[in-house]
Design a protein around this ligand. Structure first.
Ligand SMILES: Nc1ncnc2c1ncn2[C@@H]1O[C@H](COP(=O)(O)OP(=O)(O)OP(=O)(O)O)[C@@H](O)[C@H]1O
Length: 709
């Protein structure tokens, strides 16, 4: 394919005043093409991105990209033949005021260029009053080494601003000769009116039509979209014409070598805008050729963004319309877009394309946006854009990809489809412990089993054996499924707690004391083996300071225990040993609610079961029966927020049954897979602190209280 046609250079000179050059892949570089004749050698050929600049360098600036101020001392000299560097040094009869102005400007320029050099910008050959293309000091023009930095020096030499138009770089800045900072705003404020004739567009030649045919774009599509060509010097480039209600608004040029130019000072709008005027469904793509590709797949209601994609999503809030310069094209087309109820974003599949999708969606409203996932190209690669799919797979697959667009994700809003993998794994029970883990007592199996990520609140009157029962259950869980636990048991001394756990593990008393009755105390070897088990299984969380720990403090340590030791359970025993300072406006109910929310978030996030021990408030006229969950001191939120609510109660009345009988009252079970409401009875062995299934299920007296569940 040859786009190179020899044409008189004079054509190109004429163009230079009205066009921006957009260099690199879909990145826009807007600056006057021809900085200075005197300072650049001519280049004989043109085949790469650098060469557009070198072609342009053969010409001198007929006009600056922005008009030179009439106040400028150079105003009278910009006669189409001279540049700043070629200002004649021959004294002319000028008045002394002008001479003085000139000296001021020259002195400012010296200062300005020195300051620019300090920023790494070599502006020695950049005249004031116009944009110059330079190598960016930060990105050095990327792999192609393009001159992506647009530098503008004010006509009076007072300031300079610069922008790198490579999306991946985006360097921008400004400096003033007097020391302040100038702001870099690359956007031209005045819009030019253009016509096909005025910008000298021509119908497409066969070569370019062949080029499009190779990209699966038909002649019919090219014609309907009024794709044209333009001769620039000895080259022909593709001209994508931007129309709005039948009026030519802008024109973007593309060379075969993927160089982009754009008519300067024209309004930024979406390419193909008139095609979406009457549609409620709109497809947005990332390039003009992708828009043409969509048409081949049968979609006319498609527009392309005019500029390249950003490197990443901006972390800033969306600027107001007048400041949102990069996405001005969206605001300019808002009358069209606001009518759309469904917007399918079909930008490139790469990082910048996805960033562009996000920037568009956050401006247009994610609730009406869908996004396209391009089909797979190979095992681990997807197609990049619409034209690639069209070329490789044809219009049907492209159409399918668009029809398969998925709702644009909205933070916090899901569809069940997002969880299908998880639901399948739950069904297949591949996560493990879907039914919960048995506590180790058959009598309890139907009522309560331990599900990872749940919160169990345990209550019972003082000395009922809450801590003992939980410890015994932890030992069982460790023996059956190897779980490890963090223990935040503030009431226990570490050594006492160790003793109780060792007794349960070794099933022998720690001491030769009365409670051990005739059972022999554990040996030194057994104790030492037990110590190892203890160390591998439990991780105490203790606040060494005088003050009580807050729930945040405890959960932070528990999180560390999850990450460091892989614990699967956390015991907080009891609630009243935590620091419960509340803000003056917070009620205890609000405080408890927030605290339990934090605990639940921790348990769910880390798939860790939490047992939280809370005491009942002082019971008036207590008849010896078990309390209920609403008796918990502090707040009804304990029963409202927990997944499971358990009351541990023991018999202290010889007449009512054996004294070692313990009632485990399951009062709340949210997850029916894990259990149900009911009572189980265990026997307590005071010697070893262990529990076993009770062979009997006595009718123990229950405290009379309103049944609430
Ligand atoms: N069923 C029982 N029979 C006899 N003694 C028991 C029984 N259950 C627990 N104990 C004893 O009661 C004492 C207190 O047990 P534990 O610390 O587990 O109770 P608790 O309900 O957690 O108490 P608190 O509310 O004061 O924290 C221990 O000495 C324990 O051995």
């Amino acid at each position: 394919m040859r786009f190179l046609l020899r044409l008189p250079q004079i054509h190109f000179r004429k163009l230079s005043c009205s066009m921006s050059v957009l260099m690199g892949s879909k990145q826009f570089l807007e600056f006057c093409l021809l900085p200075s004749f005197a300072s650049y050698p001519s280049s004989p050929s043109y085949s790469s991105s650098r060469q557009v600049s070198s072609v342009s360098r053969r010409f001198r600036p007929v006009l600056a990209s922005r008009p030179v101020s009439k106040n400028s001392p150079y105003y009278q000299r910009t006669n189409g033949l001279s540049s700043y560097n070629s200002i004649p040094r021959v004294p002319t009869p000028v008045d002394t005021e002008v001479e003085a102005d000139k000296r001021v400007v020259l002195s400012r320029l010296v200062t300005l260029r020195r300051k620019l050099a300090e920023q790494g910008v070599d502006a020695e050959n950049c005249p004031p009053g116009q944009h110059s293309g330079l190598i960016c000091p930060t990105c050095e023009g990327g792999n192609s080494g393009e001159k992506s930095l647009s530098l503008f020096i004010a006509p009076d030499g007072s300031s300079a601003t610069w922008n790198c138009f490579r999306g991946k770089c985006g360097l921008k800045g400004g400096v003033r000769a007097d020391g302040g900072l100038a702001s870099a705003d690359p956007i031209e404020k005045v819009e030019r009116k253009i016509t096909v004739e005025g910008i000298e567009l021509e119908p497409l030649c066969d070569e370019i039509q062949d080029y499009f045919a190779a990209r699966a774009i038909s002649r019919k599509t090219l014609e309907r979209n009024r794709v044209m060509q333009k001769r620039i010097g000895d080259e022909i480039v593709i001209a994508f014409t931007y129309w709005q209600r039948g009026e030519l608004v802008s024109c973007k040029y593309r060379s075969l070598t993927k160089m982009f130019f754009q008519e300067r000072k024209t309004r930024r709008i979406l390419y193909g805008l008139d095609d979406i005027e009457k549609t409620s469904e709109v497809i947005i793509v990332e390039g003009e050729i992708d828009k043409l590709a969509m048409e081949e797949a049968g979609f006319l209601n498609c527009v392309s963004v005019p500029d390249g994609a950003p490197a990443k999503v901006s972390s800033k809030e969306i600027p107001s319309e007048d400041k949102d310069t990069k996405y001005k094209f969206l605001w300019n087309c808002n009358d069209y877009l606001k009518k759309a109820s469904r917007i399918v974003i079909a930008t490139d599949g790469d990082g910048p394309g996805q960033a562009m999708a996000e920037e568009i969606a956050r401006r247009l409203g994610k609730e009406r946006c869908w996004r396209v996932k391009w089909p797979k190209k190979s095992e681990d690669e997807h197609f990049k854009d619409a034209n690639e799919v069209l070329m490789s797979k044809g219009p049907h697959l492209l159409k399918e990809a668009i029809l398969d667009a998925e709702p644009y994700p909205i933070l916090g809003l899901f569809s069940f489809k997002d969880f299908f993998d998880e639901i399948d794994a739950y069904y297949d029970r591949t996560h493990g412990h879907e039914y919960g883990v048995s506590t180790g007592w058959k009598n309890l199996d139907n009522l309560y089993s331990v599900v990872p990520g749940e919160l169990t609140v345990v209550t019972g009157i003082p000395n009922s054996g809450k801590s003992e029962w939980i410890d015994a259950m932890l030992c069982n869980l460790n023996h059956s499924v190897g779980w490890k636990f963090a223990l935040c048991s503030m009431e226990n001394k570490v050594r006492d707690h160790a003793r109780k756990l060792l007794e349960k593990h070794i099933k022998k008393p720690f001491f030769d004391a009365d409670y051990g009755r005739s059972v022999q105390r554990m040996s030194v070897e057994e104790k030492d083996e037990g110590k190892k088990w203890l160390n591998d299984t439990f991780y105490p969380i203790r606040c060494e300071m005088d003050s009580l720990p807050s729930i945040d403090w405890v959960l932070e340590r528990a999180k560390a225990a999850v990450l460091r030791y892989g614990i699967r359970g956390l015991v907080i025993d009891p609630y009243n040993e935590l620091d419960h300072q509340r803000t003056p406006r917070q009620t205890e109910t609000e405080y408890v609610s927030q605290m339990l929310t934090k605990i639940k978030r921790f348990s769910q996030h880390h798939s860790c079961h939490v047992w939280f021990v809370a005491h009942p408030k002082q019971l008036q006229h207590w008849d010896g029966g078990a309390p209920n969950l609403y008796d918990i001191s502090g707040s009804a939120h304990f029963i409202n927020k927990c997944d499971n609510g358990i009351i541990v109660h023991r018999n202290r009345d010889e007449n009512a049954g054996p004294l070692d009988l313990v009632q485990i009252g399951v009062r709340k079970v949210r997850n029916k897979v894990a259990g149900q409401i009911g009572d189980a009875y265990l026997c307590y062995d005071r010697t070893t602190g262990s529990y076993s299934d009770s062979p009997v299920t006595p009718g123990m007296p229950e405290r009379r209280s309103p049944k609430r569940y």
